[in-house]
Design a binder for this molecule. Structure first.
Ligand code: HEM
Length: 446
C-alpha cells in the first residue's frame, strides 16, 4: 500500500474530506489525535492502578506523561519512582500535588521510534510526505511573537484537525495516519518530536545528509493553540521572491536557508487534487512507488541529492515540475548565487541543507530539558581536540639574559641551580628549621 492509499485507516475514516478552500474553520474542541492519545494512555494503565491515582493537576494528561512514557508496566513504576516528586500518600493512595519531573520525550523511546520510522519508510516509500509534515509543523513560526505557543513552530499543533484543514496542509492527514501507530506505541515521544524525527530520518534514509537533530519538544495540548491559517508559503503569489522573503524572514531564516531548504523538493510530488499544482501523473510517477500519480520535481523523487537544482536550472523536461517559487531561485540575484552553487556542488548543498533543516526543526519549539536530548546513533564524532596551551602561545621563545640571571641567582641562594633542580626535601628541611626557630623565639620571649 502506498503512502496515499490510506482510506482504510481508522483515523481517516473519522475525518471529513479536505476542503479545497483556504478559509479558516471554527476550532473544534475535541481533537482526534488528542482523544486517541487519551485512549492510548488509559490502555497503558491497568484499571486498578488508574483507580488509585487521584490527580488534581490542571492538565491530568500532561501529568500522566511520565507514567505513560513507558510501554511496560514494571518500567512504568520504576520511572515513576525516579521522576516524580511531592507525592502525598494518604491511607495508601496517591493524592494531590503530583509534580512530574521528566523530559518531554524519553530518549530510549525516541531511538526505538526512529527504527520504526525506518521500517515504515521501507514499506510505504513515504519519505516526501513525512518531510513535508515536519516542515509544515515548524514553518508556522513567527519570531516576532515571544510567547509559546502563540509564536507557532515545532510544537505538534499540526496533529489537530483544525490545522490539518488549512489549505496549505492538504494531504498531510495521510502523513499523520502513517505515523499515528508509532505515536501510540511510544507515548513517551511527543508529537512535536515525532514529526521532526520522522522528517530528519526520511531525509537521511533517502540518501541525504545526517541532520544534527535534538529532541525534547513540548506538545501543545489544545486545538485552540494552533496558529492561524496563512503562515506557510504559497507557490502562486505575484512576486515569489518577495513572498518567500516575507515568510522565511518571519521565521528568522536567511536567503541561503530559503534556497537550501527549497532543495527538499528533490523528494516528492505535487498533486493537483491537493495543492492545485502539478500534473495528475507523469512518466516518472505513474507507477509509484507508493500511490501513483502527481508531478515530481526530479526523476528519482525518492532520492535526496542536488538534482532539484540541476533540473530547475535546465528546465528541459516537461514532466518535471517547476513552481514559481522554485523558478525564482535562479532569477533573484541573491538566491541565484546559492542555487548555482548547489547545482554544481552537492557537498555544499548537503552541508547547508543539514544546518538549515536542523534550524527549521527547532523553530518556536519549547525544549524540556532546555538544552534538548541527543539521540545521535551515527558514527562516533571526532573527540574534541585536547587543549594544548603551547599551541596557542607565540612559539618557543628564549628568556631574556637578564631574566635567566635572575632565576639562576634565586636558585643559587638556596644552594641549587636551574640545571640541577633542588631536592624537594631541601625545602621541607628549611620549613622545619624555620618552625623550630619560631618556637624557640616564642619561648625566649615568654
Ligand atoms: C519555499 C516555499 C515552498 C513552497 C511554495 C512549497 C510548496 C509545495 C507544494 C505546492 C507542494 C505540493 C503538495 C501536494 O500537492 O501534495 C509541496 C510539496 C512538498 N514540499 Fe514544499 N514548498 C515550499 C518549501 C518547502 C520546504 C522548505 C520543504 C522542506 C524543508 C518542502 C518539502 C516538500 C516536500 C518533501 C514535498 C513533497 C510532498 C509529497 O510528495 O507528498 N517544501 N511543496
Amino acid at each position: 500500500m502506498g503512502a496515499e492509499s490510506l482510506s482504510s485507516l481508522p483515523l481517516l475514516a473519522q475525518l471529513p474530506p479536505i476542503p479545497s478552500s483556504h478559509s479558516p474553520r471554527q476550532h473544534q474542541k475535541k481533537p482526534m489525535a488528542s482523544s486517541l492519545s487519551t485512549a492510548a494512555s488509559s490502555r497503558l494503565l491497568p484499571s486498578a492502578t488508574r483507580a488509585r491515582f487521584s490527580l488534581s493537576s490542571p492538565s491530568p494528561l500532561s501529568s500522566l506523561k511520565c507514567l505513560t512514557s513507558s510501554p511496560s508496566i514494571s518500567h512504568l513504576f520504576l520511572h515513576q519512582r525516579r521522576s516524580w516528586s511531592s507525592v502525598n500518600v494518604r491511607s495508601g493512595s496517591y493524592s494531590t500535588a503530583v509534580t512530574p519531573k521528566c523530559a518531554a520525550s524519553n530518549p530510549d523511546q525516541l531511538k526505538s521510534a526512529k527504527e520504526d520510522i525506518k521500517q515504515l519508510l521501507k514499506t510505504k516509500f513515504c519519505h516526501p510526505i513525512l518531510v513535508r509534515l515536519g516542515w509544515h509543523d515548524a514553518g508556522t513560526y513567527n519570531k516576532n511573537i515571544e510567547e509559546w505557543p502563540q509564536r507557532g513552530g515545532a510544537n505538534g499543533s499540526l496533529r489537530f484537525e483544525v490545522e490539518l484543514k488549512h489549505g496549505a496542509n492538504a494531504g498531510l492527514v495521510n502523513a499523520l495516519s502513517l505515523i499515528q501507530p508509532i505515536k501510540d506505541k511510544y507515548s513517551g515521544v511527543t508529537y512535536a518530536d515525532l514529526f521532526q524525527l520522522a522528517s530528519a530520518t526520511a531525509i537521511e534514509e533517502a540518501g541525504g545528509p545526517k541532520i544534527p537533530m535534538k529532541y525534547g519538544r513540548v506538545d501543545v495540548s489544545e486545538p485552540d493553540q494552533c496558529p492561524e491559517e496563512g503562515r506557510l508559503p504559497d507557490a502562486g503569489r505575484p512576486s515569489p521572491s518577495d513572498h518567500l522573503r516575507e515568510v522565511f524572514y518571519r521565521m528568522g531564516l536567511s536567503d541561503k536557508e530559503i534556497v537550501a531548504l527549497s532543495g527538499a523538493h528533490t523528494l516528492g510530488r505535487s498533486r493537483p487534487e491537493r495543492s492545485g499544482w502539478g500534473k495528475p501523473e507523469t512518466k516518472y510517477t505513474k507507477d509509484g512507488p507508493g500511490a501513483p500519480g502527481g508531478q515530481s520535481w526530479t526523476v528519482q523523487w525518492l532520492k535526496f541529492d542536488n538534482s532539484y537544482f540541476k533540473d530547475i536550472k535546465e528546465r528541459k523536461d516537461q514532466d518535471l515540475l517547476v513552481l514559481p517559487t522554485d523558478a525564482v531561485l535562479f532569477e533573484d540575484p541573491s538566491f541565484k548565487v546559492y542555487a548555482e552553487n548547489y547545482a554544481e556542488d552537492q557537498e555544499a548543498f548537503f552541508k547547508d541543507y543539514a544546518e538549515a533543516h536542523a534550524k527549521l526543526s527547532n523553530l518556536g519549539a519549547k525544549f524540556d530539558p532546555p538544552e534538548g536530548i541527543m539521540i545521535d546513533d551515527g558514527p562516533a564524532k571526532a573527540a574534541p581536540e585536547k587543549f594544548v596551551a603551547a599551541k596557542y602561545s607565540s612559539g618557543k621563545k628564549d628568556l631574556s639574559d637578564s631574566m635567566k640571571q635572575k632565576i639562576r641567582a634565586e636558585y643559587e641562594a638556596f644552594g641549587g641551580s636551574p640545571d640541577k633542580p633542588l631536592q624537594s626535601n631541601y625545602f621541607l628541611n628549611i620549613i622545619i628549621v624555620i618552625g623550630v626557630l619560631a618556637f624557640l623565639t616564642s619561648l625566649v620571649g615568654n
